[in-house]
Design a protein around this ligand. Structure first.
Ligand code: SAM
Ligand code: SF4
Length: 449
């Protein structure tokens, strides 16, 4: 590994879970834009639903998710009433025309919901939308929340996938990030969801945390592998204390530098690959037969706000405070502040506060960036056949980037432009070359590696 390369490409860039990225959304997209876009969805269109629960009963200091800690359940119960109102509004605008192929509960911690509320929310969604019989229902879980009643409720609403936060099993690391969680508790949750028919379990790991060493990361990786998860997400800790005040509780002096982060990522990856997993995009791994690995092999992997996905639905509808949706016409985002979100939806309206209507050029660059992030390559012919003459400008940019590359990270190979193996850790920086918005506005991002 070349240290100068790491330093050169570690400058902050977006994670490209959308294009344009969220800092470029504007108030030009309003509730009436969203209503029009929903009404325009054709009968039989497929949709995936994302439901955001912005509450946790603990606050991990590393966390960059849109969530807040609550010790009482009242705010959660109030929020669920608002969610019901939003579900009713969206369903009135589009519900009877859509076929739901996927439902994802994210957060925060959806598992903080009481079992009765999980059942009621699942029932409300099924009453409001037509679900495909094979719809995937996935749930982000905080293993410390779980009990038998919650497992049963999630099984009853049809959960097929579970994603558990692990981060790191080392006690010293856990104390430094305020996230205590035993291996035994995690194993108990993995076994319990599998016993209830969940066919795919994902575990989230983090590198770049305080006190992590190569040895500690390897020990955590071995423990994770002993549970034989179907998928593993290996995220680099994004330190963004200007956005997330509680991250100031993490001592910056203890954070590894860019080169050490890359070594940690590589050490964990080596063990995961040796255990028979396939790499998926820049930070995921999956067992050979898991649908993420299958999609990677067939070039159909997608990337959205939930990260890498196999979701091919025509529309992604976001429900809940801060949720982001994607329709054929563009992105919409809900009011992030829970109180204001509740006020708007309980008054019978939608909660859209910003978004972006996609131009033809946006669609083209979004496609290029998504293919780079998913396949590490882009086909020149496919670009031309999908986007016609305007694609020539992007092709010229790619030619120039490949021609000027002295680091061996991006190359022209026949009909394709490829991110080389050496370039893969820096794929976000390579994707950023095709981002026409970068540098506009005041957005700050986390480091690229
Ligand atoms: C909503 S949480 C997962 C579910 C549950 N709340 C939990 O923590 O177990 C989503 C995941 O995002 C990742 N994450 C959160 N903050 C992060 C950060 N600052 N940098 C990188 N990944 C982060 C963690 O791996 C975490 O498991
Ligand atoms: S990591 Fe999960 S449990 Fe911890 S604060 Fe973030 S969302 Fe909540």
């Amino acid at each position: 590994m070349d240290r100068s390369l790491v330093e050169k490409y570690a400058s902050p860039v977006p994670r490209y879970t959308s294009y344009p990225t969220a800092p470029h959304f504007s108030a030009d997209v309003s509730t009436s834009t969203y209503s029009d876009w929903l009404r325009a969805l054709p009968k039989g269109a497929s949709a995936s639903l994302y439901v955001h629960i912005p509450y946790c009963d603990r606050l991990c200091w590393f966390c960059a998710c849109h969530t807040k800690q609550t010790r009482q359940y009242d705010p959660v119960a109030r929020y669920l009433k608002a969610l019901d109102a939003e579900i009713a509004s969206i369903s009135a605008l589009a519900g009877n025309r859509l076929r739901v192929t996927a439902l994802h509960f994210g957060g925060g911690s959806p598992t903080l919901l009481q079992a009765d509320d999980i059942l009621a929310l699942g029932g409300r969604l099924r009453d409001s939308f037509a679900f495909a019989p094979d719809a995937e229902i996935s749930v982000e879980m905080d293993p410390n929340d779980m009990d038998e009643a919650r497992f049963d409720a999630l099984a009853a609403i049809g959960m097929t996938r579970a994603s558990l936060g692990v981060q790191d099993f080392n006690e010293r690391v856990q104390q430094a990030i305020n996230r205590e969680q035993t291996f035994e508790q995690t194993k108990w949750v993995v076994d319990a969801v599998r016993a209830r028919g969940v066919h795919s379990v994902n575990l989230d790991m983090l590198y770049g945390l305080p006190h992590q060493t190569l040895a500690s990361i390897e020990a955590t990786t071995e423990k994770v592998l002993s549970l034989r998860p179907d998928r593993i997400a290996l995220f680099g800790y994004a330190h963004v204390p200007w956005m997330k005040k509680h991250q100031t509780m993490i001592d910056e002096a203890l954070l590894p530098d860019a080169a050490a982060r890359l070594e940690q990522a590589e050490a964990a990856s080596r063990l995961i690959l040796a255990a028979g997993y396939e790499p998926v995009g820049m930070d995921h791994f999956a067992l050979l037969e898991d649908s993420l690995a299958v999609a990677t092999r067939s070039g159909t992997l997608r990337r959205n706000f939930q990260g890498y996905t196999t979701d091919q639905a025509d529309a992604l509808l976001g429900l809940g405070a801060s949720s982001i949706g994607l329709l054929p016409q563009g992105y919409v985002q809900n009011m992030p502040a829970t109180g204001e979100y509740e006020r708007r939806v309980l008054a019978g309206g939608l909660a859209t506060v910003r978004g972006v209507a996609l131009s033809d050029a946006d669609h083209m660059r979004a496609w290029v960036i998504e293919r780079l992030m998913c396949d590490f390559s882009v086909s020149r012919c496919e670009l031309l056949s999908r986007f016609g003459e305007p694609a020539r400008a992007v092709i010229a940019e790619a030619e120039l980037l490949a021609a000027n590359d002295r680091d061996g990270i991006f190359a022209r190979a026949g009909n394709r432009f490829v991110v080389t193996d050496r370039g893969k850790p820096f794929v976000r920086s390579i994707a950023a070359h095709f981002d026409a918005y970068l540098g506009q506005g005041t957005a700050r991002h986390s480091v690229a590696v």
